[in-house]
Every structure is written in structure tokens, then in C-alpha cells.
Design a binder for this molecule. Structure first.
Ligand code: IMP
Length: 192
């Protein structure tokens, strides 16, 4: 059975393929010859995940899922949230995004933050939603070389180091994305 992942990123799809139940084939947008940039115009993670899922349903009417992630900083009322990728502008530059977050938190005592991933799944005619959260804090400066995005300034709770100081398997033990996907995979396993 085919399951379309609303992404053009083959590596993301490969990662999920190794986790879903046997018999489910995870395909990317490119695999189904959808070369569009699917609009993400909602002001919430839930809205964007749903929007991407609905695009696939409307155009292809097949089993599919979409994800959206944001960094939510407590003292900044949940910023950058849904705007995480382009916080400092349309160049989507991770360093500028981190600098902006650090400067806004200059002198702020409460540095608590969380990453949140939302997945919208369309499976056998039903629509489902899964959420994964990791709580932590924004560090005072960048630390670590691995990962991407805000990894060098995000320290998950009880870890004592940033995401960028972890290898992928360490990060996957606690990450927002891994937690959201684990929930979807548990759901798919129960459907068999
Ligand atoms: P996306 O929805 O997975 O494309 O994530 C949106 C943006 O959130 C990314 O461009 C990154 O800036 C940020 N982000 C998402 N996941 C992570 C992560 O695991 N580490 C650091 N930044 C992330």
C-alpha cells in the first residue's frame, strides 16, 4: 500500500520508510510526479500540515501525510513558531534566525522553549493528527556543529547539551519529530 509524504526531500522519506509497517511504501511528491511547491500559508502548524495533506487529497486522493515544525519560545509568546524557517527573512538563513532569537532574548531570564511537530495523516478515508513536543531552553550562545536550523541554540531538558552537540541517533531519542512520527507509526501498526 502506498503512502505519500508531502515533501520533496527523499532523505526524510527514506527515514520514515524504515519505520513504517511492512507492506506500506512511502513515496515523495517527486515519486508521484508532483513538482509543485505546496502552499503553506496558515498561521498555525496544524493549519499548514492540514493544508499540505489536503492538497494531496484534492489532487491525488491517496493515503498521505504532511508535517510542519516550529520552535516556540516562551518569553516571545511562542515566536518564531510557524515562521521558524523564515524568522529573519525570506533567505531562510539559519544563522540569521538564531542571531535574531538570541538578540530578542538578550537579558531575558526565562529562556524556556520547545520544538513542536504536527503531522496530518489521511489514511483509508480518515483524517488524523499527531503531535510531538520536546521541551528545553535557548542557550546563551551557539554550541555544536551537527544538525540544522536552530539546533546549536536549543538544549532539550535533562540533556545538558544542544541538539547540535548530539549525533542523529541521540537526537532521535528525544526529538519532537521522532516523537510525532512514533505516534503515527504506532497508529499505522494498529491498523493492520
Ligand atoms: P519544517 O516544518 O520541518 O520544514 O521546519 C521548519 C523550520 O523549523 C526549519 O526550517 C528549521 O528552522 C526549524 N526546525 C525544524 N525542525 C528542527 C530541528 O530538529 N532542529 C532545529 N530546527 C528545526
Amino acid at each position: 500500500m502506498k503512502l505519500i509524504f508531502a515533501t520533496h526531500n527523499h532523505n526524510k522519506a527514506k527515514e520514515i520508510q524504515s519505520l513504517v509497517p511492512v507492506g506500506i511504501q512511502v513515496l515523495t511528491l517527486d515519486d508521484i510526479e508532483c513538482f509543485d511547491e505546496i502552499p503553506e500559508t496558515s498561521s498555525t502548524l496544524e493549519g499548514n500540515a492540514n493544508q499540505k495533506m489536503q492538497f494531496i487529497i484534492d489532487h491525488y486522493n491517496v493515503n498521505c501525510f504532511a508535517d510542519d515544525t516550529g520552535l516556540e519560545i516562551e518569553a516571545l509568546n511562542g515566536e518564531p513558531g510557524v515562521y521558524s524557517a523564515r524568522y529573519a527573512g525570506e533567505m531562510k538563513d539559519p544563522n540569521q534566525n538564531m542571531e535574531l532569537a538570541l538578540s530578542k532574548l538578550n537579558g531575558v531570564e526565562d529562556r524556556s522553549a520547545r520544538f513542536r511537530t504536527v503531522i496530518a495523516l489521511f489514511w483509508q478515508g480518515g483524517k488524523y493528527q499527531f503531535e510531538g513536543i520536546v521541551n528545553g531552553k535557548i542557550t546563551l550562545s551557539k554550541s555544536g556543529k551537527d544538525g540544522f536550523g536552530y539546533d546549536p541554540i536549543f538544549e532539550p531538558e535533562n540533556c545538558g547539551k544542544t541538539f547540535a552537540e548530539m549525533n542523529l541517533s541521540e537526537k532521535n531519542l528525544v526529538s519532537h519529530r521522532a516523537r510525532a512520527f512514533a505516534k503515527m507509526i504506532e497508529f499505522l501498526n494498529q491498523q493492520k
